[in-house]
Write a new protein. Structure first.
Length: 154
């Protein structure tokens, strides 16, 4: 089953993609890799769809859901860039920055929402290396920002 077929089987509709700004891009291809800029749970106009710190306004379950939403935003950008998700050969690397209140020390539990989505959409090729890093602040108080690296077919 292709990535697009899996996404359809999940009944998931991707959010509208972000538009690139003048001095940066959301996705950049180099060889067989697509480097994704930081993505968060942002809607049109970079308006936060979710805000707050893990361990204060949000619990792990809410963070997991927000990480999944962030994954959908990332996939939307990827699909816009490639035209379809089917050329993805592998999710290679994910780095998640989790907006944490003091004492919140399980950011990896939050990032599982992103990682689980990648496996649902890409199957075994969705398994990736990753780092989950707790940070003190993120843009507009979003709970998570994720950078990703995808390998694609030539």
């Amino acid at each position: 089953m292709s990535a697009e077929q899996r996404l359809a089987a999940l009944g998931v509709e991707l959010p509208p993609p972000f538009r690139d700004e003048a001095n940066r891009v959301r996705a950049l291809r180099s060889g067989n890799h697509i480097y994704m800029s930081g993505h968060g749970p942002l809607g049109p106009g970079n308006i936060p769809l979710v805000s707050g710190k893990l361990g204060r306004e949000l619990d792990i379950e809410q963070g997991y859901a927000t990480a999944r939403l962030t994954g959908l935003c990332c996939l939307s950008t990827l699909r816009t860039y490639l035209g379809t998700l089917d050329p993805v050969v592998r999710v290679v690397r994910v780095v998640g920055f989790i907006n944490c209140a003091p004492g919140f020390n399980t950011p990896s539990e939050v990032l599982h929402g992103f990682s689980d989505l990648m496996v649902e959409v890409f199957g075994e090729a969705g398994r990736h290396t990753r780092s989950a890093i707790g940070v003190a602040e993120l843009y507009a108080d979003i709970p998570i920002e994720v950078e990703a690296l995808f390998e694609v077919a030539p």
